[in-house]
Design a protein around this ligand. Structure first.
Ligand SMILES: Cc1cc2nc3c(=O)[nH]c(=O)nc-3n(C[C@H](O)[C@H](O)[C@H](O)COP(=O)(O)OP(=O)(O)OC[C@H]3O[C@@H](n4cnc5c(N)ncnc54)[C@H](O)[C@@H]3O)c2cc1C
Length: 374
């Protein structure tokens, strides 16, 4: 069985890791990437309660985080969960090592310009050359979810300060002490040490914003947060990153013949959080399992309708009234342990557990969920 993976970013590399971790399927695997999103500057944070296949690539682990909403600051423990961070380079090194042990995996640099069904398999055009494979996994082309329910617009600064300014052991999951005037916004801080951190301004914006960022306002909000909230006087910005992620709470039609969309193109970015790392791991594991068991990659778990419903409702409510996001986060995280919320966001919670969480939500969101559910 020959496999071609278009795009060697998070989903492409994760799929390689899960494929080579099994004795089956055998056969060559080719990964093609043109380097437009360099791994050297990529990194992903995620939470998990169990060990994962790629834990070797984790460089930072936290057991609590700081939250600030509705005028209250607190440090919340994560219970069984840990919040972890993986650098792109470390991910590539871990996957590269596993691929070398198995053999038969080729990482090729090149631009994919076309992916099409061809007979029983598929054909991928790379820098003008046609490559054939039995199965093609596409993280570059498929347009992704057809419906956009909102946007996550963020701009982050990698900051180095002259004096210690960050708590190295505690990231800030969200801090709403930033203007809410144009969109529901918060600041996220991922420390690297007492004098180094990623400080990121994040907004949930409605679908009609079309993901258009306002760099001037985002930078001014970051400056204001560093100066007024953190009291940092002297700092340098070593790197800036920004993105507008489309958020969709609809299931995506991922399959076309022998071609399967993966990663964000498969709708794996969770619409209410913008996180995808763990979902991509679960999806990669399911694809590898399906290939080994059935010789095809389509025996995958279906998205859970009630979680899609919650995500859609949250985005809807926040689009209509941005101030609701802070109220929802304040209500959900007003507890000593974030474990029940993280379990819910991972879509691993039971109905009674969700009932208890929802009982704390602002009545407007609770009734919006009920309205949609009818
Ligand atoms: C800046 C940013 C930060 C994020 N941070 C987090 C986070 O901390 N935690 C989390 O869970 N989620 C995060 N996400 C959401 C999600 O996890 C990422 O978008 C993730 O990288 C999605 O994986 P992917 O494989 O779909 O896309 P990517 O990782 O972007 O991989 C796609 C790959 O395809 C390559 N490529 C694109 N077009 C072509 C082409 N035509 N030919 C060849 N190669 C091509 C690119 O170079 C890239 O390597 C973040 C998203 C962004 C944009």
């Amino acid at each position: 069985m020959t496999i071609l993976i278009a795009g060697g970013g998070l989903s492409g590399l994760s799929l390689v890791a899960h494929l080579v971790a099994r004795p089956e399927p055998r056969g060559p695997i080719v990964v093609v990437d043109d380097g437009r999103r360099p791994l050297a500057t990529a990194g992903w944070a995620f939470w998990s309660a169990e060990p994962g296949l790629l834990d070797e690539a984790v460089s930072r682990t936290f057991d609590r985080f700081h939250v600030h909403a509705a005028g209250r600051s607190r440090i919340v423990g994560l219970g069984r969960y840990r919040y972890r961070f993986v650098r792109g380079d470390d991910l590539a090194a871990a996957v590269g090592k596993a691929a070398e042990r198995r053999g038969g995996v080729r990482f090729r640099s090149g631009r994919v310009t076309e992916i099409r069904q061809a007979g029983q398999g598929a054909e991928v055009v790379v820098d003008g050359e046609s490559l054939r494979a039995d199965w093609v996994f596409d993280s570059v082309f498929r347009p992704g979810p057809s419906r956009v329910d909102g946007w996550l617009i963020f701009r982050g600064w990698h900051v180095r300060t002259a004096e210690p300014a960050f708590d190295s052991a505690v990231p800030t999951f969200f801090d709403f002490r930033t203007s809410q005037e144009r969109a529901a916004s918060f600041v996220y801080v991922l420390p690297r040490g007492p004098q180094e951190a990623l400080v990121e301004h994040t907004s949930f914006a409605p679908p009609h914003s079309r993901g258009v960022a306002r760099p001037k306002e985002q930078r001014s909000a970051l400056r204001e947060y560093l100066a007024s909230t953190l009291g940092v006087r002297e700092y340098s910005v070593t790197r800036e990153e920004s993105a507008s992620l489309p958020l969709s709470a609809s299931a995506v039609d991922r399959r076309r013949g022998s071609i399967l969309a993966i990663g964000s193109k498969a709708g794996l970015v969770k619409a209410s959080t913008g996180y995808a790392f763990r979902r991509i791991q679960a999806d990669s594991a399911a694809i590898a399992r399906s290939l080994a068991a059935h010789g095809h990659p389509f025996d995958l778990p279906k998205p859970k309708p009630r979680h899609l419903l919650f995500d859609a409702t949250l985005l809807d409510v926040v689009a209509g009234d941005p101030a609701q996001l802070e109220r929802v986060f304040a209500a959900l995280f007003d507890r000593s342990s974030a474990e029940p919320v993280l379990r819910f966001l991972d879509e691993d919670s039971s109905l009674p557990q969700e009932g208890k969480l929802f009982a704390r939500l602002p009545p407007s969101l609770y009734s919006a969920v009920r309205r949609r559910h009818r």
